[in-house]
Design a protein around this ligand. Sequence first.
Ligand code: KE4
Length: 430
Amino acid sequence: MPLSHTRSHLLQQKAETIFPGGVNSPVRAFRSVGGEPPFLTHAEGAWLFDEDGNRYLDLFGSWGPMILGHAFPPVVDAIREAAGRSASFGASTASEAALATLVQRCFPSVEKLRFVSSGTEACMSAVRLARGFTGRDFIVKFEGCYHGHSDAMLVKAGSGVATLGIPGSAGVPAETVMHTLALPFNDLDTVRAAFAARPDQIACVILEPVVGNAGTIPPAPGYLEGLREITRKHGALLILDEVMTGFRVSLGGAQQLYNIRPDLTTLGKIIGGGLPCGAFGGRADIMNCLAPLGPVYQAGTLSGNPLAMAAGIATLEHLIANQQTIYPGLDSTTSQIAEGVAKLAREAGVTLTTNQVGSMFTWFFTSSPVTDFASASTSDTAVFGRFHRAMLEAGVWLPPSQFEAAFVSTAHGREDVDFLLSAARKALPH
Ligand code: KE4
C-alpha cells in the first residue's frame, strides 16, 4: 500500500509559491532523486514523522548535526532553560567560553577560536584569515569538497588537473574565483605541481579530511600527511574543514582519527546540537590577526548565540562523558547497516561500492572503487534515485543525493537496523 502524501503535496504546492523550488536549501528539494519531499512535523530519536502520519527511519540526521538522535532530552532541556533567559543578547556570556573549552578538549589544535552561525561562515572566515595572515591570494581546494556557498568556494573543478576556478554558480564573477585552484582529491602530485607553479603565492589548502559532499570518500593512506608536509614546506596554511567530520568520525574529528595537526579547523553541524552554530579556530598566532586584535575583519550578529551555546554544551558534554561507548557503538551500528545492505545488493546482483568512516557512509551505485569525485561520478544516479524513492516508501529516509553522506546516530538500535535491512530487501532493484 503506497504511503499517502496528500498533506505534504499541498504544502509543497504552497511552498513553491513562496520559496524557489519550495525549499530553503536546494538539496532538500529531492531534484536529483525525483518525487516530492515529505513535510515533517516532528522527530524523536532515530525516527521522523510527516504531515500525513508516515514515519521514516532517519539516515541523514539533518545533514550531520543529530548524532544523539532527535529531541535528545538533555539538549531539549538546555535549550528550554536558555530560552527563558532571552534568545539573544549580542553581548558576551559565560556560555561561549564554556562551549569553547569543550571544543578545545576535543580539538587540541584549536588554541583560539571564534563562533559563527554556519559552516559557510566558518570556512569563508578561515580562508580570509589565511589570506590575511600569509599575505597571499591563491587558495587550493579539492573537486567534490564543499565548504559552504561563499563565492570563492563555489568553483567547478577542472578535469583532474590544477585549474583556475571556473564559477560553479551564476553570479560569481570570474575575478572572485581566479585565485581558487581546484585539484583532484587524493592526488599529491597535482598539489606539488600547483605549489611549484605558484611559489609563495598560495595562502592555504582547505579540504574535507574525509569527503562527505561527493558521498563519503576517505583520504588515501599518507595523503593527509603529504598535504601537511607540502603546506609546511611552502609556508601555506592547512585548513581542515571538519564541519561534517568534527565530533562525527571520532570525538576529535578526522585530525584525531588520522593524527594530523592542521593550522586552522572549521566546525559546524554537531557543535550546535542542531541549532545554527559554526566555529573556526587553530594556532593563536593566526587567530590573533582577527579584529578587534588584528587587521582581518570578521563579525556576526548571532555569533555565540546563547541558545546555540546551550545546545552545543549539552551535546558535547554527553559525547565527552560517554565517548568510550558512543563511538565504538556508532561504528558498529553503521557497519551493520552499510555492510548489511551491500551484502543484500550482491545477492540481488546489484553493483555497489560502499565507503564508510565511523558513522558516515555512502552506497555508490558503481562497480569502481570511489577515491575521488571523478570515480564517484561513475555512479548510476538514476538507479540511486529509484533506490532512494523505494526506501522512502518503505519507511527509510536516505540523503536525497548520490553525492551526500548518510549518518547514523546513537538512537539507532538493532531493531532499526533490522527494519532498514528488510526495507532494502524490497527496495533494491531486482
Ligand atoms: P552550512 O553553511 O550549510 O552550515 O555548512 C557548509 C558546509 C561546510 N563544510 C562542509 C564539510 C559541509 O558539509 C557543509 C554543509 N553540508 C551540506 C550538505 N552536506 C549541508 C546541507 C545543505 O546544504 O542543505
